[in-house]
Design a protein around this ligand. Structure first.
Ligand SMILES: Cc1cc2nc3c(=O)[nH]c(=O)nc-3n(C[C@H](O)[C@H](O)[C@H](O)COP(=O)(O)OP(=O)(O)OC[C@H]3O[C@@H](n4cnc5c(N)ncnc54)[C@H](O)[C@@H]3O)c2cc1C
Length: 288
């Protein structure tokens, strides 16, 4: 069985910055990344807003991810390697050759967080095509050049919901509305004004999605707005936010150190990058 000093699961901003800082401090680390390319979520965030906290530059997500990969060229980063489970200090790892075991003295879990998709949100109606999350939409638009719908409804009003508007705009998609069940939007206040005045997307608060209709593609949503039921024509639904950590590997309660968004909340990529470095320093000192 292959043994390593430190194994980092996840090659996003947190995992790659931890690996690089460990190397600077003389500790050899291996990064295992399930995708074919390292860089994490920023790879498919085509908008500006990345790089300032780490490199003092204002970049798009893909440009930031490219820089992270450039910063990691001398490191042991293995893409196409999915960690399936952890038992003590032994990892079960799948790659194109099959499933192997690897052991590490220290394991850092940097697998990030994901938006809550439709199923756990208990929305009624049919199960048509055209229902997605912001992250999946961005992967469609920026990585696969695919436009899953033309006029969706956006559910939620966190920061990420507004980045869904930017992605739609980039792809020539025109959202019908953004809807929010609470009295006010979750992102800071000017968000709704900017959304309406600059991007032409109205934000409806105190509005709840009750059902999705259509087959095979979304044709409408049913909503409850200020206590009244309405049917809104649209051809897609984007569920945004409500973050859930990618923490399935914690099921056996292995002794791992968490880095980045796997803690649960959505932090900025720069904050995750810094956290990865701080954890690397603690590990190199033997204090984590
Ligand atoms: C739609 C959207 C817009 C955003 N906009 C901004 C923005 O404008 N500015 C900003 O600073 N931040 C933004 N963020 C946040 C930023 O992307 C995250 O803070 C950052 O990517 C978190 O880094 P991370 O390393 O913790 O996780 P991630 O980037 O999620 O990386 C985790 C990595 O772990 C890998 N992985 C998961 N499970 C396994 C496994 N079992 N085995 C191997 N590998 C695994 C994944 O493939 C992934 O590459 C945005 C996020 C989203 C979703």
């Amino acid at each position: 069985m292959e043994r390593r000093d430190v194994i980092i699961i996840g090659g996003g901003p947190a995992g790659l910055s931890a690996a690089r800082r460990l190397a600077e401090l003389g500790v050899a680390a291996t990064v295992l990344e399930r995708d074919q390319q390292a860089g994490g979520v920023p790879r498919h965030c085509g908008h500006l807003g990345f790089g300032w906290q780490s490199h003092r530059r204002l970049w798009t997500g893909p440009r930031f991810a490219e820089q992270l990969r450039a910063d990691s060229t001398a490191l042991d980063v293995r893409t196409g390697h999915t960690v399936l489970g952890i038992d003590g200090n032994v990892l079960r790892v799948q790659n194109q050759h099959g499933i192997n075991e690897m052991a590490a003295n220290r394991i850092i879990l940097a697998t990030g967080t994901r938006e809550t998709p439709r199923a756990p949100r208990f929305v009624g109606g049919s199960r048509p095509r055209g229902v997605t999350t912001t992250g999946a939409l961005q992967a469609n638009v920026y990585l696969q050049n695919f436009k899953p719908f033309a006029c969706p409804v956006i559910i939620g009003s966190e920061w990420v919901s507004f980045s869904a508007i930017l992605t739609c705009r980039h792809a020539g998609i025109r959202p019908v509305a953004m809807i929010e069940a609470k009295d006010r939007i979750s992102a800071p206040r000017p968000g709704d004004l900017i959304s309406k005045l600059i991007y032409g997307v109205p934000v409806w608060t105190r509005t709840k999605l009750t059902a999705i209709a259509g087959q095979p593609q979304v044709e409408a949503v049913e909503i409850e707005r200020h206590g009244k039921r309405e049917r809104i024509a649209c051809d897609g639904v984007i569920f945004t936010g409500e973050w859930v950590p990618e923490a399935a590997l914690l099921v056996n309660r292995p002794k791992v150190t968490l880095a980045g968004n796997v803690h649960g909340d959505l932090k900025t990529s720069g904050a995750c990058w810094r956290e990865g470095r701080a954890i690397a320093e603690q590990i190199a000192r033997g204090s984590a």
